[in-house]
Every structure is written in structure tokens, then in C-alpha cells.
Ligand binder design. Structure first.
Ligand SMILES: NC(=O)c1ccc[n+]([C@@H]2O[C@H](COP(=O)([O-])OP(=O)(O)OC[C@H]3O[C@@H](n4cnc5c(N)ncnc54)[C@H](OP(=O)(O)O)[C@@H]3O)[C@@H](O)[C@H]2O)c1
Length: 235
């Protein structure tokens, strides 16, 4: 039997690190990314100490050249991917909470957020979709902050990026359905990470559960949906 392969972007810390370790413990060969080579090296080292099979490559999703370099590396490392998790993301507007108006949003922060959280995952999948094996899973890590039904105020760039990754998931699913590839957007909930902060109501473990559900779907499972804890979430 061939060793299953998982790609997890942004797995140097937080939810991505946890999901990678969980998949590694299930026997997956791991290919992970982070922006900082030293953080990446440390994460791979930690995974190896846990007895996991992991390799990493730098990736800045705000940089098309970096995306191409990562794609070239990945193709050299593996002939197929069973699970591709677009987990990496930024919340550049976290300090804008006192100025929530969409009219006052910072144009650079909005642009950079859309670049990393939406265009990065799209370019990655556009470049690498053929590497995802038949019956594979693509998990796009979204957020409740991207739900149009529950749209609050402020954080325009982040909310738009996550609403848009839901759009990406919904549009991509039927295009890959002929190969049995399942594409879903997943909300991990509000999680205690560097991004979520200490007040978040979920542990990293709980956030990772939500993603693991979509990452380990059986062939013929749901595709084109938005989920939290394995249950449909409001778009
Ligand atoms: N935490 C929450 O409450 C929460 C809630 C809903 C959704 N989410 C989503 O869950 C995902 C993971 O969040 P998290 O809380 O685990 O975040 P985190 O702890 O801040 O980790 C972010 C990860 O993304 C990587 N990254 C940062 N900038 C990047 C870039 N420009 N290009 C590529 N990778 C980049 C980081 O790498 P470096 O270590 O090199 O910086 C790190 O590995 C994100 O998509 C986030 O939007 C989080």
C-alpha cells in the first residue's frame, strides 16, 4: 500500500501544526509550509521527534514566485497528494478593532489579506490540482467571519477573504467531481492560537477536529460545502 500524502500550508504553528501532527500520526507523509525558514525547520524537527514523516518548504502566499517555487519543490518530492489543506492565513486587521468601519479599512491590509488568504490558495490549487489524487480531499480553511448570514462589522479584508474562499470551494468542487476529489470549506471555530488570541473559546485540538473531519472524508463524501465540526455551516 502506498503511504498517503498530506500537504498542509501554514503548519509551523497553530491549527495547521496540530492538523499536520494528527495526520502524521495516522501515517501520512507530511509536506508543510511556513513563511520563515527557521520556524519551518523547528516545526519539521518537532514532527520528526514525534516519529512523523515530515518535510517542509518556505511559502509566502503573497508572492506568486514563492508559490511557483513551492509547487516545483512539491512535484519533485511526491507524485500524488491525498489531502491538500489550504490552512495558511493572516489576520492583518486585528488591530483595527477600534475602527471597524468598512469606509476606514486600510487598503494595504485589505489587499495583502486577499492576496494571502484567497489568491494564494487559488493559485496553489490552480497550479497543483492535477497532483491531488482521485478521491483526494481539498480543505480550504475558512472562518465564521466569512459567513454572509452571520456577517458582523469590521475586518473587511479578512471577512471578504473568507467569504471568497467559500466561493472558491463551491466553484471548484464540481470541476473536480469527475475525479472524486472532495473540496470543502471548513470553519475551525474561534481558536486559541497566535491569530485567535488567548480569549478564544476553543483549544487548538478542538479547532483541528473540525478540519480533520473534512481531511479524512471517505470516497463519495460531501463536496462543495461549508462545515463546522462536520455539520453544515451558514454560508
Ligand atoms: N485562530 C482562529 O480563531 C481562527 C478562526 C477561524 C479561522 N481561522 C483560520 O485558520 C487558519 C489557521 O489559523 P491559526 O489561528 O492557526 O493561525 P496562526 O497561528 O497565526 O498560524 C498561521 C500560519 O500561516 C502561516 N502564514 C502566515 N502568513 C503567511 C503567508 N503570507 N503565506 C503563507 N503562509 C503564511 C504562518 O507561517 P509563519 O509561522 O512562517 O508565519 C503560520 O504557519 C487560518 O486560515 C485562519 O484564518 C483561525
Amino acid at each position: 500500500m502506498t503511504t498517503p500524502v498530506a500537504v498542509i500550508t501554514g503548519a509551523t504553528r497553530g491549527i495547521g501544526f496540530e492538523v499536520a501532527c494528527r495526520l502524521g500520526a495516522e501515517g501520512y507523509q507530511l509536506f508543510i509550509t511556513g513563511t520563515r525558514p527557521e520556524g519551518l525547520f523547528e516545526a519539521v524537527e518537532k514532527m520528526e521527534k514525534l516519529g512523523l514523516n515530515a518535510a517542509g518548504h518556505p511559502l509566502d502566499q503573497g508572492d506568486a514566485e514563492s508559490i511557483d517555487e513551492f509547487a516545483t519543490w512539491l512535484r519533485a518530492m511526491t507524485r500524488g497528494v491525498d489531502v491538500f489543506i489550504n490552512n495558511a492565513g493572516v489576520w492583518l486587521e486585528q488591530h483595527n478593532s477600534l475602527s471597524p468601519s468598512v469606509l476606514e479599512a486600510d487598503a494595504d491590509a485589505v489587499t495583502d489579506t486577499l492576496q494571502v488568504n484567497l489568491l494564494g490558495p487559488w493559485l496553489l490549487i490552480r497550479t497543483l490540482h492535477d497532483l491531488v489524487r482521485d478521491n483526494g480531499r481539498i480543505v480550504n480553511v475558512s472562518s465564521g467571519m466569512g459567513s454572509l448570514t452571520n456577517m458582523g462589522t469590521g475586518f473587511f479584508g479578512y471577512r471578504a477573504s473568507k467569504a471568497s474562499i467559500n466561493v472558491l470551494s463551491k466553484l471548484l468542487a464540481p470541476e473536480l467531481a469527475h475525479r472524486g476529489v472532495m473540496v470543502n470549506a471548513v470553519d475551525p471555530g474561534w481558536v486559541r492560537t497566535d491569530m485567535g488570541g488567548a480569549d478564544a473559546d476553543r483549544s487548538v485540538d478542538e479547532g483541528a477536529n473540525s478540519i480533520m473531519w473534512a481531511a479524512t472524508l471517505e470516497p463519495g463524501g460531501p463536496s462543495g460545502g461549508f462545515y463546522l465540526d462536520g455539520k453544515p455551516a451558514d454560508w
